[in-house]
Design a protein around this ligand. Structure first.
Ligand SMILES: CC(C)(COP(=O)(O)OP(=O)(O)OC[C@H]1O[C@@H](n2cnc3c(N)ncnc32)[C@H](O)[C@@H]1OP(=O)(O)O)[C@@H](O)C(=O)NCCC(=O)NCCS
Length: 369
């Protein structure tokens, strides 16, 4: 177990000494309970079941998903604060070439309400960052939070981002897609994800190798691996069963084998999140139509599940053309901006003195947590 020195805090029973460490199985249960608010509207029992279910997923096995905690030295089963680190595979390009690196997402940071304001979360994050920079071997770590100022004190800095939300304009027009002259699409089920992710990541490697970035810039992408993409599908299945009594079967849609989309259903936020859109079509007009077709399929999936919104993060110019096409036919209403979502991406680089802030590319919702 990775452990670090202690600090003193005040609690209901007087002064106490707390330590930092990776949660033992017993402490992990306490971590789940502390983080219960992140699992709304689930009951405590269902939330614990969800965390256990997620820990069985291929992505979480081994060191993929780690729980960290601050606990009372005299009573280690009393956990005062916790967070998770979730592994990411990064592809980086800079002047020295293209390389694979490890990264982490930090999630579910919480301090027991009776111990807030005493530096407990700062202590937790300080030691988590030491682990990230040391044994965790992380080139970068990221988190998604509305509390940017809090995390900035520990070294995670906000990155500008932009979200596009599609909402229903006229669902009846969506069913009549033949009139839109868009290519046919087919749904993607769980067993179709792996081959597509493989093709996607191979494509990214080739694109990174070919890209000329000059001396002063660098690029970074979280690789859209099948395990990562499927992780959010597993979560949607669990939440679907608990809150709607059924699990989504369709994970995305594909057009002509060269343009596809993955999504995940967020039943808590009432939104279908576009995890990733990928196209290998080179010519502009067919590409716009293919992208519009898979997006339309996403809107229909949202209709089926009565999710009022479809959200896309950082739509690139090609995507915007597809969105404009659908909006011009009044099939969707699109609103752009960063106001819809409270959580923002913040990043901490291992090399804090790094002069160039790498451009983060194609980092869509598949990497969120
Ligand atoms: C956010 C949270 C983890 C802070 O825990 P804590 O143990 O009270 O934090 P600390 O005592 O170490 O405070 C660290 C610093 O952050 C500041 N801070 C604390 N909560 C903050 C918040 N909600 N927003 C902005 N800054 C905050 C503190 O003022 C302190 O600043 P200082 O060092 O200049 O005095 C805790 O309030 C919490 O559990 N909130 C609910 C869950 C949550 O929102 N988690 C974060 C989103 S993922």
């Amino acid at each position: 177990m990775f452990q670090q020195p202690s600090i003193s805090i005040k609690g209901a029973a007087g002064q106490g000494v707390v330590r930092f460490g990776e949660a033992t199985p017993d402490q992990r249960l306490q971590c789940y309970r502390l983080a219960l608010a992140f699992g709304q509207p689930l009951s405590e029992e269902d939330f614990v079941e969800r965390e256990e279910f997620m820990s069985q997923q291929p992505f979480a096995r081994g060191t993929g998903w780690r729980f960290w905690c601050v606990f009372l030295t005299d009573n280690p089963s009393q956990v005062l604060a916790t967070c998770k680190t979730i592994q990411r595979h990064l592809l980086l390009k800079d002047i020295s070439g293209v390389r694979d690196e490890l990264g982490y997402c930090i999630a579910s940071v919480v301090t027991d309400p009776s111990y807030r304001g005493q530096g407990v979360a700062s202590f937790l994050l300080r030691h988590v960052t030491q682990w990230l920079d040391g044994p965790g071997n992380a080139a970068a770590s990221m988190l998604y939070s509305s509390k940017e100022d809090f995390y900035a004190k520990s070294g995670w800095h906000p990155v500008p981002d932009f979200e596009t939300t599609l909402s229903a304009a006229d669902a009846s027009k969506r069913s009549a897609s033949d009139e839109l002259c868009l290519p046919k699409t087919d749904p993607i089920s769980a067993d179709g994800i792996s081959a597509l992710c493989e093709r996607d990541t191979q494509g990214l490697r080739a694109e990174y190798s070919a890209q000329d970035i000059g001396k002063e810039s660098s690029l970074m992408v979280v690789l859209p691996t099948a395990e990562l993409v499927s992780w959010l599908h597993a979560l949607a299945e669990f939440m679907g069963l608990k809150t709607r009594g059924k699990a989504p079967v369709h994970k995305g849609a594909i057009s002509n084998r060269d343009t596809w989309i993955y999504w995940h259903h967020d039943f808590r936020k009432q939104c279908l999140y576009v995890q990733r859109i990928r196209t290998f079509v080179k010519e502009s007009e067919p590409r716009t139509k293919a992208l519009a077709a898979v997006l339309l399929h996403a809107c229909r999936e949202a209709d089926i599940w009565e999710l009022p919104k479809v959200a896309i993060w950082d739509a690139n110019p090609e995507m915007r053309l597809a969105i404009d096409l659908l909006a011009s036919r009044q099939v969707i209403r699109a609103s752009n901006g960063d106001s819809a979502r409270r959580e923002k991406l913040s990043i901490r680089w291992k090399d804090q003195g790094m002069k160039m802030d790498p451009m983060i590319e194609k980092n869509e919702f598949y990497a969120w947590n």
